[in-house]
Design a protein. Sequence first.
Length: 133
Amino acid sequence: GREAAQAEMASVRALPVSCSHSYINGSFQFSINRETTGWLFSCRCYLDLDEQVQKDNCPITDEQAAEVFQVAWEEGLLHRVRAYQKPTDGLFAYDAPEYSTFFAFTDGSTVDAPINPSSEVVGAFRQLAAQYR
């Protein structure tokens, strides 16, 4: 539940996720960063076909950050990033979306993978972005 998510994510300092897509409305960049003054949220995304939201370093509450981390925990995002292994088949799709999911921790360590964070995690970030229309 929420306590387990908070415990696992307590050491997370930053969670940026992004997707570069040939269809511009499918592209997004989101990040939550812990600073000494609290949490900051940044985004570049389309909420609708023609409504783009771009915000940099907007202060958010601990509760807003916890909502995103709760979804990330439920989706096993940190585990999936840590477990990622680069494919060895040599195949590459030129028109496929390029994803990046990254965690930075309070001890200075980082872990990242070129994986889709999941529609649920992206949805949680989009809900936060919608508050800054």
